[in-house]
Design a protein. Structure first.
Length: 182
């Protein structure tokens, strides 16, 4: 009887103690497809490439890969694209990016700079979308984009669309423009 009374006493005591759990708390995904990435790389490189084009090498502070969602998230990065002779075609940087690994479309945010070394111009914006297969960049209608050509010609506006295959750039609204013809 003494053992049954002790067991009932322990069960009663456990009933009144606060409950606890060793399960991790639910953490918001911050818009990401899962709580944890399939792979998380710190201070690393990522090679973005498609058939028929030279790859883009991205060096980043953090890269998170979500294989099932076909998404890669990149923080604090620099990138470069070389030609077949290892000469720099494009380079740049961004604060954050989301890469769709199915389409190779990159949505870059938090300060974006793209430099075309062949044609000597730079593009700067708070955010841009890069369509790698089509070699096109675009800014949302309300995002201001600045193009600097040969360090003195400046175009600034919103609604930016740029075709890097033909070096054709357009704005839906120009806020500032200055071009010098030779």
């Amino acid at each position: 009887m003494k053992g049954i009374g002790l067991t009932i006493g322990i069960l009663t005591l456990l009933f009144f103690l606060p409950s606890c759990s060793f399960a991790p708390e639910q953490v918001p995904f911050d818009g990401k497809p899962a709580e944890f990435p399939d792979m998380r790389l710190v201070k690393t490189q990522y090679l973005l490439g498609v058939t028929g084009a030279q790859p883009i090498t991205i060096q980043a502070e953090v890269i998170e890969v979500y294989k099932k969602a076909n998404l890669v998230y990149i923080n604090e990065a620099n990138f470069v694209q070389l030609n077949e002779d290892d000469e720099v075609l494009f380079s740049g940087s961004f604060g954050t990016a989301q890469v769709d690994t199915d389409t190779n479309i990159i949505k870059m945010d938090n300060g974006v700079t793209i430099q075309n070394h062949t044609d000597n111009f730079a593009i700067e914006a708070d955010s841009l979308t890069w369509d790698h297969p089509n070699r096109e960049a675009a800014g949302e209608d309300d995002i201001q984009v600045t193009i600097t050509l040969k360090e003195h010609d400046i175009l600034r506006g919103t609604g930016f669309r740029g075709d890097f295959k033909t070096a054709t750039f357009e704005f839906s609204h120009i806020e500032e423009g200055q071009l010098h013809y030779e």
